[in-house]
Design a binder for this molecule. Structure first.
Ligand code: PMP
Length: 408
């Protein structure tokens, strides 16, 4: 009884503090409308209403691609809804095997392994690798995603060193300061999800080679989107062969669900045989594997869709800049608009939705540092010029003058 009362009092205090800081999480109920992406139906307190979504991670609209929908529907009809077991216990179908082969080919690797999500892939694969050799040191970019950090924390016996974001000199100094002879892993991302900047993968691989380290690259925000065949920034930069493990998601550029790692077959086989996050959980539903396979196959040959995304992202950035709106400059499709205060950020997002029918997620602490709260915008190939114009006018109406003035 005492424990329950103490726990509930703690929950009430924390939630109250979050509300006062404007960080309390409320999930808008948004219904995807097949064939109308990025228009969704928002279920507000006042009833349903159509809105334009500016914060979807279905970056290329593959979640509505006809081949993906057809594959999902057919697989449900033929194989039912759930996998019914872990990979080991009747949960591996030919679809899972074909998807792994397709992902290995996407990255030019000899092996790939599916996980329940990109989060689980990072947590499970990083911890499995770090526990493989005694005394591993892991060098983690300061802006790495929570799922990578979880994997590093879960690895017993590993030492974690954080290097400044995308700072090669700092990484080099920290690699050089590690004890001689310890096994080393450099963990980083290609496109960083909240700032939209891109890592110098080749230069990081140079440092890894010089210091005898292996590399683990999260390409969650790049797979499907970049590279001639959608293999991510490592493909675009011609360095995929130099990265030991490439981790990706099937849920963003590919528009479906699930995560994976790709690398040398023996290393992937070791992760398959040791990672708790793979062994002790039900495998992806066959329809998810079928839809993801259709998506990967379609996107590998669809450079036009990638070019359309790049063109739309450039159009969005140009329109924001022309209007003097406070954008964090960056080379990717992720376009953050800086607000800088949690409560204001939420209020701006609320007004965009309620007054203008535009959905843009407010990003607050702990996802980004306090004082850098922002709206994270992503154009897709399906956002029209008219939608961009509508967004810019609405942002000018709801953002305080001082923020626009500072950027202009
Ligand atoms: N890595 C990064 C960098 C991410 O941003 C995310 C999710 N936002 C993940 C991994 C997890 O991917 P998933 O959504 O497939 O779990």
């Amino acid at each position: 009884m005492q424990t329950r009362a103490a726990l509930l009092a703690h929950c009430r205090d924390r939630l109250g503090a979050m509300r006062r800081e404007g960080r309390y999480r409320e999930f808008a109920q948004l219904e995807k409308l097949a064939g109308r992406f990025p228009v969704y139906r928002w279920h507000s307190a006042a009833g349903p209403r159509e809105v334009t979504v500016w914060s979807s991670n279905d970056y290329l609209g593959m979640g509505n691609h006809p081949a993906v929908l057809e594959a999902a529907g057919r697989a449900v009809a033929e194989h039912g809804a759930g996998a019914g077991g872990t990979r080991n216990i009747s949960g591996t179908s030919p679809l899972h095997a074909a998807l792994e082969a397709e992902l290995a080919a996407l990255h030019g690797k000899s092996g790939a392994l599916l996980f329940g999500s990109g989060y689980i892939a990072n947590d499970a694969a990083i911890s499995a690798v770090l526990e493989a050799l005694p005394g591993f040191w892991v060098f983690s970019d300061a802006k790495n995603h929570a799922s990578m950090i979880a994997g590093m924390r879960h690895a017993k016996g590993a030492t974690r060193v954080i290097w400044q974001h995308n700072d090669l000199a700092d990484l080099e100094a920290k690699l050089a300061a590690a004890p001689a002879g310890v096994p080393k892993l450099i963990a980083f991302e290609s496109v960083y999800s909240m700032d939209g900047d891109i890592a110098p993968i080749g230069a990081i691989c140079d440092l890894a080679e010089r210091h005898g380290a292996i590399t683990y690259l999260d390409e969650v925000h790049a797979v499907g989107l970049y590279g001639a065949g959608g293999g991510g920034i490592s493909e675009r930069d011609g360095v995929a062969a130099r990265v030991d493990l490439i981790e990706g998601t099937l849920a963003k550029g590919f528009g479906v669900f699930g995560g994976y790692v790709a690398g040398e077959a023996e290393l992937v086989d070791f992760i398959r045989s040791t990672a708790g996050g793979l062994i002790f959980t039900t495998s992806l539903p066959p329809a998810v594997a079928a839809a993801a396979l259709a998506s990967v196959r379609a996107l590998r040959g669809d450079a036009a869709r990638r070019e359309a995304l790049a063109e739309r992202a450039a159009a969005l950035k140009a329109a924001l800049d022309a209007a003097g709106l406070p954008r964090i400059p960056g080379p990717s499709h992720i376009v953050p608009v800086m607000v800088g205060e949690a409560a204001l950020c939420r209020e701006v997002a609320r007004r965009l939705l309620e007054e203008h029918g535009l959905y843009a997620t407010p990003i607050n602490y702990p996802t980004v540092p306090r004082g850098t709260e922002r709206l994270r915008l992503c154009a897709t190939p399906f956002h029209t010029d008219a939608m961009i114009g509508e967004l810019v006018r609405a942002l000018r109406a709801v953002l305080p003058q001082r923020l626009s003035a500072a950027a202009a």
